[in-house]
Design a protein around this ligand. Structure first.
Ligand SMILES: Cc1cc2nc3c(=O)[nH]c(=O)nc-3n(C[C@H](O)[C@H](O)[C@H](O)COP(=O)(O)OP(=O)(O)OC[C@H]3O[C@@H](n4cnc5c(N)ncnc54)[C@H](O)[C@@H]3O)c2cc1C
Length: 371
């Protein structure tokens, strides 16, 4: 038996590991999302619960999950199972103007809806005061409204749980690695009964090193910029190490070290940088402004990307070898840090890390060699 609400409290909330992905919200009357946090309204004594079963910071048997979803054990210790790697950008300037990088995520979502591959997509929009919020997009306007990155984490998956759904839609989801892992857990859970996870036809995962805590980051922005409206927020790749924030009409550069203190504690134990359980993973290409790195992981992901290329929705190029090596290194570094952070919290001994013991040993020995 995996555990219920009490396990969620003890193993996740009390250890400050919740990342507010929203997977446990709107499943029952007891958990709600408030100001970027998942909060409990009342106690629940069920010995088993979907809340804990779906939690990406709960126990995960990565090998088992991989076998169920991809038909084989978890072997690739850097960026997960990949069929194809390349760089791409959207051709339509509608996306490139507002999107975070090359606009590929928005362009692919738009194409998937236009072609009837999905009827709706669960995206993340900015609510009032930059609060990230799950949003069900059914047309280009909705997708456009959600384009760009919000560097705080929020309850995107609540929108999947809550709907409203008619019951026959095919659904797409765009999410961070924690959300993509939660979706994989939902899909393979023996407790699953009510969410529309069986109708999720396409998962586009984002690369992510960390996300910020909403409340503390907002307090920081208010102290810095008062009531000025905040526009695009971007993170310049190394060696710059800057957060670029448009406040009012001005672009400000803030050293990343000034915001690191707001990184969610639960992000430190996350071992996945590239959303390894998605159909397609998308991130930036360091040093190539306006381009995305794409990792195509499944056949249905491949079909969507091929369609996008054939309809000239995206243009693509091979990803240079040095960029791929760098991505692998960065991804491995995130795993290594997660192992250390999890050990510090006692979770490694309890088997909470989402990696097999053999891979943990391999990653640690690589880290010693590379140190
Ligand atoms: C918190 C965070 C950390 C990231 N860290 C990295 C990183 O370390 N390295 C890297 O290469 N890329 C990172 N990215 C991904 C990158 O910022 C772009 O999202 C990605 O390259 C896709 O670009 P695009 O132009 O195709 O996206 P767009 O076309 O602009 O689409 C972006 C999509 O992201 C979704 N989104 C925005 N904010 C959130 C959020 N908080 N939670 C869930 N979904 C969201 C929106 O629904 C939208 O559909 C991060 C993104 C986020 C949100």
């Amino acid at each position: 038996m995996n555990g219920g609400f009490r396990a969620l409290e003890e193993k996740v909330f009390d250890r400050d590991l919740c990342v507010s992905c929203g997977a446990c919200v709107s499943l029952c009357p007891y958990l709600r999302s408030w100001q970027g946090r998942t909060v409990k309204l009342d106690d629940c004594d069920l010995a088993e619960g979907r809340c804990f079963d779906y939690c990406p910071r709960g126990r995960v048997d990565l090998d088992e999950l991989h076998r169920k979803l991809f038909g084989g054990p978890y072997k690739e210790m850097e960026i997960g199972k990949v069929l194809n790697v390349f760089m791409a950008r959207a051709r339509d300037s509608v996306w490139t103007g507002k999107a975070q990088n090359g606009g590929v995520v928005s362009a692919l979502t738009d194409l998937a809806i236009k072609e009837g591959i999905i009827d709706a997509a669960v995206l993340t929009g900015r609510g009032t005061n930059l609060l990230p919020k799950g949003h069900i997009a059914t047309d280009r306007e909705d997708i456009f409204a959600c384009a760009g990155s919000i560097y705080t984490s929020g309850p995107t998956l609540e929108a999947l749980n809550r709907g409203p759904w008619n019951g026959d839609e095919r659904i797409g989801v765009v999410g961070l690695p924690c959300m993509v892992l939660a979706l994989a857990k939902m899909r393979t859970s023996s407790l699953e009964t009510q969410t529309p996870i069986d109708r999720v036809e396409m998962v586009i995962g984002l690369f992510c090193t960390w996300a910020l805590d909403y409340k503390s980051f907002m307090a920081f922005l208010r102290e810095r910029f008062g009531d000025l409206p905040i526009g695009k927020v971007d993170i310049a790749p190394p060696p710059e190490r800057l957060m670029k924030i448009t406040a009012g009409d001005e672009l400000h550069h803030i050293p990343l070290d000034e915001v690191r203190g707001f990184i969610r504690s639960g992000c430190h134990v996350c071992a996945d940088m590239t959303s390894e359980f998605s159909d397609i993973s998308v991130g930036t290409v360091e040093g190539e402004e306006g381009w995305n790195t794409l990792l195509v992981r499944t056949e249905r992901g491949e079909e969507l990307v091929k369609l996008a290329e054939s309809q000239t929705v995206i243009e693509s190029r091979p990803l240079p070898g040095d960029k791929l090596s760098h991505l692998r290194e960065a991804s491995l570094l995130k795993k290594r840090r997660a192992i250390d952070a999890m050990r510090d919290r006692g979770g490694l001994e309890e088997g909470y890390l989402t990696l097999s013991q053999e891979l943990i040993r391999q990653i640690q020995s690589e880290s010693k060699e590379g140190a």
